[in-house]
Design a protein around this ligand. Structure first.
Ligand code: PHB
Length: 387
């Protein structure tokens, strides 16, 4: 009888142990490393807003655990990237890093995340290498690779019958890789890139380059700029009168989150991107309403990518029931998820990059309006990823 009692006490103890989760119930520490100053400041804020909106919609918790935020302004400054990432990884001991906008800074973050095996969700920066040669189980992107929007715009411009194009961008990974993707598709479609123009990031002295475009007279121009720089470029292009004879195209960052500041200069511009403000699906309509109510501002692609970064994290944490020690369960689930995004549902490649429907959009009023699909389910080639 005594043994029986002992046994049942032990069994009861086991039951209690099984019912109490093994992990602590401390908050999950999320490190937001984003630009809050400089030409990409508005992009960083939109990403943070989007991320927090999703968490707020879940009652402030993911997988039953509170979320605690730590923030660093990375200033879109690659030379400070490693130190800034380590403030979050080593000083604040975050469980997850979320960042950033600028490809050069994100490359430093990815290296730091790999070395420390910290979970990293990239909510914008497109640096191809992050889901190429640097791909790793602990790194996932909620945004795009630079190649994707460049490639989709090349398809569009070739389809529209342009033959001779010039490109113009900032001379850093995002600009260079976007132009590479563009050139690949544009030349496959029968076009020819006659000249690539660049200036250092984040300079906005476009005049000499615009003069060169006027002299070369291409059929069309492809541009990658974003944030404050995109506002100035589109205005300068129109001020120089170039829009009258040489149509301007870009990956959609040229007109995303910028239309109010660009005013009439941006109206009618055609771009391609994995999001369109007016995408008429219930998920997008609900998201835009909720975002506008919460932040008194219009959502843009950056807000969507922040929102989806939180959704990807939630998928990982839910699979592990909030237990951060179940690392393999989390990283696997963060890739297996089908994200129910305001941009439309999307999956994530083995390399950790979204497979995206790329939309043609037209700038009308304060919206990038949906026009058509430029390329369906476009997957980054993930060149160099071995995992
Ligand atoms: C990047 O640096 O990867 C980048 C920055 C801004 C964008 C898109 C890409 O809008």
């Amino acid at each position: 009888m005594k043994t029986l009692l002992k046994l049942s006490a032990a069994a009861a103890a086991l039951c209690v142990a099984a019912a109490v989760p093994a992990q602590s119930n401390a908050p999950i520490k999320v490190g937001l490393m984003l630009p809050y100053t400089g030409t990409y400041a508005a992009l960083g804020t939109a990403i943070e807003n989007g991320f927090k909106l999703y968490v707020q919609e879940q009652g402030g918790k993911l997988a039953g655990r509170e979320i605690q935020y730590f923030k660093v302004d990375d200033e879109s400054e690659p030379s400070k990237g490693t130190d800034n990432a380590n403030k979050l990884i080593k000083r604040d001991q975050v469980d997850v890093l979320v960042g950033t906008v600028h490809s050069g800074v994100a490359l430093a973050m990815a290296r730091a995340a790999k070395e420390s095996n910290t979970l990293l969700i990239v909510p914008n920066a497109g640096a191809d290498a992050i889901t190429g040669p640097m791909c790793a189980p602990n790194i996932v992107r909620s945004s795009f690779s630079n190649w994707q929007p460049g490639y989709a715009t090349g398809v569009l411009m070739a389809q529209r019958g342009h033959k001779r194009a010039m490109t113009i961008t900032w001379n850093y990974a995002a600009g260079i890789e976007t132009v590479k993707g563009f050139t690949e598709a544009f030349e496959k479609g029968g076009g020819k890139v006659v000249k690539d123009l660049t200036l250092p990031f984040p300079n906005v002295e476009f005049q000499a380059l615009l003069t060169e475009i006027a002299a070369q007279k291409p059929d069309a121009v492809f541009a990658f700029f974003a944030g404050g720089g995109a506002v100035k470029f589109v205005k300068d292009y129109v001020a120089a009168g170039l829009n009258k004879t040489i149509p301007l195209y870009g990956s959609g960052f040229l007109t995303d989150g910028t239309l109010e500041a660009q005013g009439p200069a941006a109206q009618g511009l055609l771009t391609t991107l994995h999001y369109a403000d007016s995408l008429d699906i219930p998920r997008n309509n609900a998201f835009r309403k909720s975002y506008a109510l919460t932040y008194k501002a219009n959502a843009d692609v950056y807000a969507v990518q922040g929102y989806d970064a939180a959704q990807i994290l939630a998928a990982g944490l839910n699979a592990a029931k909030g237990d951060l020690s179940k690392r393999d369960v989390i990283t696997a689930a963060m890739r297996k998820v089908t994200v129910d995004s305001p941009r439309g549902k999307f999956t994530i490649s083995a390399a950790g990059n979204p497979v995206l429907d790329m939309y043609v959009r037209e700038a009308k009023g304060l919206n990038n309006e949906y026009r058509s699909v430029a390329v369906k389910a476009l997957a980054d080639p993930a060149r160099g990823c071995k995992m």
